[in-house]
Design a protein around this ligand. Structure first.
Ligand code: HEC
Ligand code: HEC
Length: 252
């Protein structure tokens, strides 16, 4: 797309007279969508590529960990988040979230992308095969009602002030109220703020905060995690929970 967009026509000046800035933007946008189409993969072909992985990974829901962790729901999940699997130190400390570009870079050359990973796999040279594989991986995972509703972060900010701000601050370095500061919590392991004295329940929960478990937690904290110090009645409305999760996601 860069090459296309950069190739400015010689008659640029003339064109500008006829095309408003708005149509110029439309032209660039078409260029962008074309490049996205090229980069997107074919999940059916991807399933074939995934045969390279199944010696070490299961991909079905509830699949067991083998030499590597189960890959069900891996796309957009933080690294090292599969329960019951012993990851390398490198993977645990990586702070990676498995977005599509991160997965593609990892699959190209695992040990180059992450020094110290214990995944012994040479990599997949073809960018198209990697895109196909990722398209397939995206088909694996739960579309929980809360996950299907991506939430509106602007509404979520308003709702967070109403429901959460008595106990939490949200800005980077914000003060501790009754609960921990919630800046950069989404996508990160639970109980990571070293200035805050968490309950043993949360410290030992081994959770990574995702849309799914945040919305579950917000619905009823004590039911979600027995022994948590977070005591509030919970947010009843599922859309409001999704909005708050979407807001938390923006705090990076
Ligand atoms: C020889 C065994 C082996 C093969 C083949 C293999 N993997 Fe892995 N994979 C592992 C191991 C072991 C880990 C854990 C790495 C660590 O902890 O550093 C891992 C980790 C991963 C992770 C990170 C998971 C997480 O929870 O953070 C992804 C994603 C992944 N593999 C995808 C793939 C895909 C896709 C393929 C096929 C193209 C593949 N792997 C092939 C052994 C393998
Ligand atoms: C009455 C006070 C109170 C209210 C209201 C409250 N929380 Fe909390 N929250 C806490 C406490 C206390 C903890 C620490 C829990 C523990 O250690 O078990 C906590 C922990 C959390 C955590 C875990 C943070 C981490 O570092 O792992 C998240 C996420 C969270 N709250 C989100 C929310 C959201 C979102 C709302 C609003 C919908 C909310 N809380 C409302 C008191 C509250």
């Amino acid at each position: 797309m860069t090459a296309r967009a950069m190739r400015v026509p010689a008659s640029w000046e003339n064109r500008m007279r006829y095309l408003g800035a708005a149509s110029l933007i439309a032209v660039l946008a078409i260029g962008l969508s074309v490049s996205t189409a090229i980069a997107s993969g074919d999940p059916v072909k991807g399933k074939r590529v995934a045969k390279k992985c199944t010696a070490c990974h299961t991909m079905n829901k509830g699949g067991k960990n083998r030499l590597g962790p189960s890959l069900y729901g891996i796309v957009n999940q933080p690294a090292a988040a599969v329960p019951g699997y012993r990851y390398s130190k490198a993977m645990k400390a990586s702070g990676v979230v498995w977005t599509e570009p991160a997965l593609s870079a990892f699959f190209a050359k695992p040990k180059k992308f992450m020094k110290g990973t214990k995944m012994s796999f040479r990599g997949i040279k073809s960018a198209q095969q990697r895109a196909d594989l990722i398209a397939y991986l995206k088909t694996l995972g739960d579309t929980a009602p809360a996950a299907a509703n991506h939430g509106d972060p602007t509404k979520g900010k308003v709702a967070a002030v109403e429901h959460c701000a008595v106990c939490h601050s949200f800005e980077a370095g914000g003060k501790l109220v009754f609960g921990p500061n919630l800046f950069d919590t989404h996508g990160k392991p639970a109980a990571r703020d070293s200035d805050y004295d968490y309950s043993d329940a949360l410290k030992s929960a081994g959770l990574v905060w995702t849309d799914a478990n945040l919305t579950e937690f917000m619905a009823n904290p004590e039911q979600f995690l027995k022994g948590t110090k977070a005591r509030f009645p919970g947010v009843k409305d599922a859309n409001t929970r999704a909005d708050i999760a979407a807001y938390l996601r923006t705090l990076k």
